[in-house]
Design a binder for this molecule. Structure first.
Ligand code: ADP
Ligand code: MG
Length: 566
């Protein structure tokens, strides 16, 4: 019971820091159970892992909060924010040296995600995973301070942030309603023949490149009447907005008129956003993958032949490997890897694409003969991608009207307002022929699935078994290796990065020399689907969030030691 913990803390007060190990265990408090799972070895090490479990009867949340899977995820996300907010208001109380006395929870961003920081037990009890810096002076135990954390700070946190009576029920209801609507909106897309939807009134731009909160004073989104669709949502009722149809969609317009901002909101539309974000009713098909050029990346055995064939050095591009990809080969590899994982919609922005991968105009076709150009630009493959594989593309192109020939829909951004320019673009294409040689009608072709080799995935570090860690959303430290995710923009939360890092280790265990990369990744996803992110770590960890198969595959593909067979 709690009295045992108090006795232990009084006994070890003033002793060496290692004596804190005696605190590990489970303790029944009045109104909650405390689990001290892992005790840090010294005051400057990673803080101790602690769980707090509150019985459903005490927490008092109505059953509808977790009535559906979507609601349960949003409910847990809300509680994580509630704890995070309470800690920011009352926390930060230092009780000794190092990170002594700090209580922390993985800090949520703009997305509603399934997080491991708050879980519901089978009985509906709420379990919150926090980190606690056990207090020290120098290297000695500050038992009285630790007592204050466990007997005052944590009970106060429970009372302030985790009881139905103390949270704002309207905010909670709104959180659940928005999340449920966003899921419904995403599901409504395919039956309507859409790949994305941007609601009227949505606020798309962000405050800055490092601040994902909505830009204040932004021009709200307003759909062009000819692309306007209405969708009925369970809570918000009827919403109107721009539907982006399947096929090939161009986003054109002058520089600085909001093209990239629109595309980026679609890229993020695979996730649900919190109330007040501005993108609550912006949705994209779940299989939407942003593609960009990423020169310098490694590529392992990828069939890039639909885009690149006949290299001057005679290398085979049906199983292409390089330690240092060029802009165009990296972009081709990124596309083929996304297709290998089943991507249904590709997003490409001219700002982050390789020009020679995107366009090749008549004059260049004349000057450089086809047999001297290994690259088949995207413009000559996009229609086969849709026709043969059913994969749609949304492209930002401000600099080449050649694409009018293949576009199904053209959206022109003018002062942050979209216009439907499809007919005007078609008329212009009729008036001024591009003169390009038509692409050969050889279809997109089949691609091979690669078989990853388990032995090539090694996270050991010296004598230590496996050591993985996230570096924000930009990368993963995987043993002695670094995985660069800075060109994988749909990893949006550091907790996703951490989860992906652990998921690579799970994936390794499924690699048996027969399973393809896609099968391996889908195997891991099925475990996460069944057991939540807890499936990924040997001990409960509060620092994980659910991710998509595309981003797990992207991380494996960027591991510089990866080897594949065919
Ligand atoms: P483009 O890709 O067309 O060059 P961007 O999408 O990069 O343009 O947008 C240019 C700038 O305008 C960015 O700083 C962006 O934050 C801002 N912006 C985009 N959309 C809006 C909007 N609806 N209201 C106000 N500012 C916006
Ligand atoms: Mg741009």
């Amino acid at each position: 019971t709690a009295a045992d913990l108090r006795a232990t803390l009084r006994r070890i007060d003033g002793r060496g820091y290692g004596a804190y190990k005696d605190c590990a265990g489970a303790y029944a408090f009045e109104g909650h159970t405390l689990f001290i799972d892992h005790v840090q070895g010294d005051p400057f090490a990673a803080p101790s892992r602690v769980r707090v479990r509150i019985p459903a009867s005490r927490a008092g949340f109505p059953a509808h909060c977790s009535g559906t899977p979507e609601r349960a995820v949003a409910f847990r996300d809300f509680l994580a924010r509630s704890v995070s907010g309470a800690l920011r208001r009352h926390g930060g109380r230092r009780r000794g040296s190092g990170k002594s006395g700090e209580i922390a929870i993985a800090r949520p961003g703009q997305e509603v995600l399934e997080r491991s920081s708050v879980v519901l037990t089978a009985e509906g009890d709420i379990e919150v995973r926090i980190l606690v810096g056990l207090p020290a002076r120098g290297r000695t135990v500050l038992g009285r301070e630790a007592e204050a954390i466990f007997f005052e700070d944590i009970p106060a946190l429970v009372t302030a942030a985790l009881l139905y009576g103390s949270i704002d029920a309207d905010l909670l209801d709104r959180h659940l309603a928005v999340a449920e609507d966003a899921a419904a909106l995403r599901e409504a897309l395919t039956p309507l023949g859409l790949v994305a939807f941007v609601a009227d009134g949505a606020v798309l731009p962000r405050r800055s490149g490092v601040d994902e909160r909505p830009l204040e004073g932004a021009v709200p989104f307003e759909s062009p009447p000819s692309l306007r669709v209405e969708i009925d949502l369970p809570n918000a009722g009827r919403v109107t907005g721009m539907g982006v149809p399947e096929g090939i969609t161009l986003i054109v317009g002058g520089g600085f008129h909001g093209k990239s901002t629109l595309l980026r909101s679609i890229e993020r539309g695979v996730y649900t956003h919190i109330p007040g974000d501005g993108r609550e009713y912006v949705a994209a098909a779940p299989s939407t993958v942003k593609i960009r050029a990423e020169d310098g990346r490694r590529v392992e055995g990828v069939d890039i032949s639909p885009f690149i064939a006949g290299l001057p050095d005679g290398r085979d591009t049906r199983a292409f490997s390089t330690e240092n990809a060029s802009g165009s080969t990296s972009q081709a590899a990124n596309i083929m890897e996304a297709l290998e994982m089943g991507a249904g919609v590709l997003l490409i922005d001219e700002d982050t694409a390789a020009t020679n991968m995107m366009i090749r105009d008549r004059r260049m076709q004349d000057l450089v003969a086809d047999d001297m150009e290994p690259i088949t630009p995207f413009i000559d493959r996009a229609q086969a991608l849709y026709g043969d594989l059913g994969v749609s593309t949304v492209l930002v192109i401000g600099g080449s009207g050649d694409y009018f020939d293949i576009a199904d829909t053209v959206v022109c951004m003018a002062a942050y307002r979209p216009e439907d320019a499809t007919e005007r673009a078609a008329a212009i294409a009729g008036r001024y022929a591009s003169g390009r040689t038509a692409p050969t009608e050889d279809g997109f072709g089949a691609f091979r699935h690669r078989i990853p080799e388990a032995a090539s995935i090694d996270a050991s570090k010296g004598r230590r078994e496996a050591k993985v860690a996230a570096d924000g959303v930009r990368g993963i430290r995987f043993g002695v290796h670094e995985i660069d995710l800075s060109a994988v923009p749909q990893v949006v939360d550091p907790a996703q990065t951490t989860a992906i890092a652990h998921a690579i280790l799970r994936a390794r265990r499924l690699m048996d020399g027969r399973r393809s990369l896609r099968e391996v990744v889908e195997g891991v996803m099925a475990e996460v689907e069944r057991d939540g992110p807890d499936a990924l770590t040997p001990h409960p960890s509060g620092g994980l969030a659910v991710f998509r198969p595309y981003e797990l595959a992207a991380a494996i593909n960027r591991l510089r030691t990866l080897r594949v067979g065919q």
